[in-house]
Design a protein around this ligand. Sequence first.
Ligand code: NAD
Length: 490
Amino acid sequence: MAVATVREYGLFIDGSLVEPASGEVRELHEPATGEPLARAAIAGSEDVDSAVSAARRALDGPWGKTPPTERSRLLHALADAVHASRKELVELETRNVGKAISSVKGEVVTAVENFRYFASAIGSIAGRSNPIGGSVLSYTLREPVGVCAQIVPWNYPIMLAAWKLSPALAAGCTVVLKPDPATPLTALRLAELAVEVGIPAGVVNVVPGDGPTSGAYLVSHPGIDKVAFTGSTRTGSEIMRLSAEPIKRLSLELGGKSPSLVFADANLDDAIPSSVYAIYYSGGQSCDARSRVLVEESIYDDFVARFTETAGRLKVGDPLDPETQMGALISETHRQKVHDFVEQGRGEGVEIVTGGELPDGKGSFYPPTVLAKVDNRMLVAQEEIFGPVVSVIPFEDEKDAVRIANDNRYGLVATVWTGDPGRGHRLARQIKSGTVGINAPYSAFPGFPFGGYKQSGFGRELGIETLDMYLETKSVFVSTGSKPVNPFGL
Ligand code: NAD
């Protein structure tokens, strides 16, 4: 099905698309062409109130009464519906975000798999009886935390919406999801599909809006029980403050400045193209982008030359072309931020081996950029640039590699390239990050917990432990007879 490129999107509240009480509708443009894409409603505080009330009604009403087996069936049905609508969703996402359609296809597949994983994981939600002995029987119940505010950024709109929605719905929670106002379209379609497959109205509400206004209002809302946030560390810190009054459960998936560590004994035929993929996938606009490549000194010059040659073969261009590997960045404003970092690096004396120039022409494209002679203390090695820019940093030996890898406030992902399996496992224990890959560039699969150490946040997505973030544990105990129940002897 082709995407209707001129369409007006409302907010999704209580089972249908509605006009915003705020009255605000914004024009969205395709990052790759600058052409108009759609008009999308922006939620104000009154709309957030309506969405939170709808979510509460659904929790206290039909969704709260839906048994786990039925929740599982509905999540599988949603997975089927997303799969059946994948062409439409992939095209919509590609046009809205500007990244390569080849990447977006994978992200939609991941969204489907994530719904399936948590649909099945519902079977694992169970309490336990505690063998405390004597005359008391004790057991635990797992109950949904309640109404969840879920806030997601613009870089993976449908995939992150699925990462957030699937464990919440599996646990029996209801949701008010706030996408970035620039990229709300696939999340709105997802909510429509949820209702179409039979998930009751009010379980999934979607209120695109600006962070500092609608987002902050949602996070502080007294009707919210839990906040799940994905975005920058700076905003995460603000979210932590906002969700404290009244106190809410909180999980944070934040930024990264993740390293690839390449040792001289690595198979460079794998390490080089994989490290190119790990930074330029999604144009570097990825929390797990391996934006620092640490390379053993003895192979540094050769590595930089071969990495640069490989990056030069990336197909950059029209996001809708299936051959494209890197599309446009999300906006010209963001592109300028990326370029400012590169200029900052230039000022600090890094060597710009390739890229680093703002291209002419329409669309917010930026070339794959390689920075060499980078010291790990430089800004380009410490800050998340969130664009197609890699810093290649030399190290002396294993100890030095670990020191540099950990010398950063973030700790999301690391990849180790080595021919020594013992070293791979040794480093997996020494590197402070939520995920470590050994001779493999990937970082996230449904079923494998994903999340941060240090300033990359806390809580885990994708894994069975993610369900815990959406469940309360209640202890129940009962006297079985022989123990005194009259301790005061009254
Ligand atoms: P951002 O923090 O600016 O915005 C993220 C979301 O938060 C958006 O929906 C925004 O509208 C909202 N927001 C902003 N201010 C808010 C406030 N005061 N109250 C409530 N909501 C607010 O991040 P971004 O630049 O859009 O996204 C990129 C960041 O997300 C990067 O740092 C990236 O690493 C991170 N990210 C992390 C993961 C992960 O799983 N760890 C995944 C994807 C992206």
